[in-house]
Write a protein that binds this ligand. Structure first.
Ligand code: OOB
Length: 533
């Protein structure tokens, strides 16, 4: 097993195998098996209408795998992949699995301050980018990253390569199958700390994740799944996402962005049956659908997750978009909860779903770590066949993030109904959830503290109708307080992703403290909502 990864205890490995959750197949079986069973079926459709059958996608992945192997990339080496929703993302993903190279899946929105630490932590040997996306040039970013990260041997560019390399392709070669218990890829954690955390996902656990999610979401060979969120995010990738659609033998359609214009046109053109979004996108689609002349009649199911979807808009999905709603409460760390297709409307609109797997263990505990009474709210701890046992190379953090018996402390405050469904009520972690995008408070605070006029900083989420939360940076200035515009310009200059920029900056003379002398974020939020109300 790769150094820095925490294995499942052997008795659980045996149990997950015996109960059939782990099948000891490589994750790549999703494409290989599809190409074997139904080679002529359409696997992938790009936004421009280009199509690949399972056989064609399989052959393409083989050629890229051979190309990468020919350049010396080897099993267990890590690479950072930062691609938008382009077909190359899918082909490359499977190619890397075939070579055994471990992709670290960065988001297209990430910039220098995220990518450099990811490359360093993973000791990445290659970085995969698109040439441009909108008006952003990733090759500029790659120049900075390459200077900062000595382990990088290659930068591969989809599109105009400039001085870098194109995705290599070569005649297919035989490559050894991977160990199914070992990691297949790394997902990024939403994070709560100042440094990024990588989540190793094994062949066994991620294959189960994709297959079981596809089953609980009713995916079949008739499924046409639209990837509207970034494909690198666990929700759109495997929960059930594009891998789940392929597990069911369905078709994956790639949307370059989740705007109603782009998505509605693709839904109509490709007769899309299901897609997944975060709440603000669902709200937006529901707001504009009446004004747009789009035929959404093929859409059967809208999956909403990543942040809390309130019951009021949830109850309007069917009448506005004409499809069923499935709430998904998941995490890159593992545990997924889904409302079931045969749940009552009440459960579908007021809960965030029940755990996917019968072997998912869920504990809800109070501040002292003792289980709460049934139906009471507390922090969700979890353990199971697709939930990590430790972050990559993060021993000290793991000691806090997991209980002694291996439960992951999610930081989510939930209560559980007798049916098993969970209602997300809040959070006990230092993170802002801005419309599904996660901002680790400490990371942003560290950036703010680097500003010459900032003496102290505390970042909190302020309630927002559309986004769920927006970001407010409280600062204690050294002299004159910098404005929001100055602060965001400073953060952009440091290469912080746009979604992490604060929406508001508030200067205080000093911070309110808790009884033990820590900054009271509860009090800071109270002042904001008091002031706003
Ligand atoms: C998904 O994954 P991440 O890793 O970006 O974020 C996980 C966190 C959860 O711990 C929770 O705090 C929040 O996002 N969350 C929700 C939620 N879904 C996620 N909070 C309230 N209601 C929901 N429905 O966000 C993710 C991964 C796979 C599938 C879906 C979402």
């Amino acid at each position: 097993m790769l150094d820095g990864c925490v294995p499942w205890p052997s008795e659980l490995v045996e149990r997950y195998r015996a109960e059939g959750y782990w099948t000891d197949q490589p994750l790549d079986e999703l494409l290989r098996g599809g190409a074997r069973r139904h080679p002529e079926r359409t696997a992938l459709v790009a936004a421009d209408g280009t199509r690949w059958t399972y056989a064609e996608l399989d052959a393409w992945a083989d050629r890229i795998a051979a190309g990468l192997h020919g350049l010396g990339l080897r099993a267990e080496e890590r690479v950072v992949v930062q691609l938008p929703n382009v077909p190359e993302f899918v082909a490359l993903f499977f190619a890397l699995l075939r070579v055994g190279v471990l992709p670290v899946l960065a988001l297209p929105a990430h910039r220098e301050s995220e990518i450099v630490p990811l490359c360093e932590l993973s000791e990445a040997v290659a970085y995969f980018i698109a040439d441009t996306d909108g008006d952003f040039d990733y090759r500029e970013l790659a120049r900075t990253v390459r200077k900062a990260v000595p382990s990088l041997r290659h930068v591969f560019v989809v599109g105009d390569t400039a001085e870098f390399e194109a995705l290599p392709e070569a005649a297919p070669v035989d490559l050894p199958a991977p160990d199914p218990v070992a990691p297949a890829l790394f997902l990024l954690s939403g994070g709560t700390t100042g440094t990024p955390k990588l989540i190793p996902r094994s062949h066994n656990d991620y294959l189960y994740n994709a297959r079981a999610s596809a089953e609980v979401s009713g995916f079949s060979e008739n499924t046409v799944y639209l990837v509207a969120l970034p494909a690198a995010h666990n929700f759109a990738l495997a929960s059930p996402g594009l891998l789940g659609a392929m597990a069911a033998g369905g078709t994956v359609v790639l949307a370059p962005d989740p705007s109603a214009d782009t998505v509605f046109e693709l839904v109509e053109r490709e007769r899309v049956t299901v897609t997944a979004v975060v709440p603000p996108i669902a709200l937006l689609w529901m707001d504009v659908v009446d004004f747009m002349d789009a035929d959404l009649s093929s859409l059967e199911l809208l999956q909403v997750g990543g942040a809390k979807f309130n019951s009021e808009p949830a109850s309007r999905v069917r009448e506005t978009l004409g499809c069923d709603l499935q709430q998904v409460f998941g995490m890159a760390e593992g545990l997924l909860n889904f409302t079931r297709l045969d749940d009552s409307d009440e459960l579908k609109t007021t809960t965030q779903g029940a755990p996917l797997c019968p072997a998912d263990e869920v504990l809800i505990v109070d501040e002292d770590g003792s289980p709460v009474a049934p139906g009471e709210s507390g922090e969700l701890l979890t353990r199971g066949p697709y939930t990590l046992r430790g972050y990559y190379k993060a021993e000290a953090h793991n000691a806090r993030a997991f209980t002694d018996d291996g439960f992951y402390r999610s930081g989510d405050v939930v209560r559980q109904l007798p049916s098993g469904h969970l209602v997300v009520e809040g959070r006990r972690k230092d993170q802002i959830n801005r419309g599904g995008e996660k901002i680790p408070a400490e990371e942003l605070e560290n950036h703010l503290l680097a500003h010459p006029a900032v003496h102290d900083a505390a970042v909190v989420g302020m309630p927002d109708e559309v986004m769920g939360e927006r970001t407010c940076a409280f600062i204690v200035p050294k002299g004159e307080a910098p404005t929001l515009r100055e602060v965001t310009a400073f953060l952009r200059e440091r290469g912080v992703a746009s979604y992490k920029l604060p929406d508001r900056v508030e200067a205080l003379e000093s911070f309110p403290l808790t009884k033990v002398g820590k900054v009271s974020k509860v009090e800071l939020v109270r002042r904001l909502t008091g002031a706003a109300g």
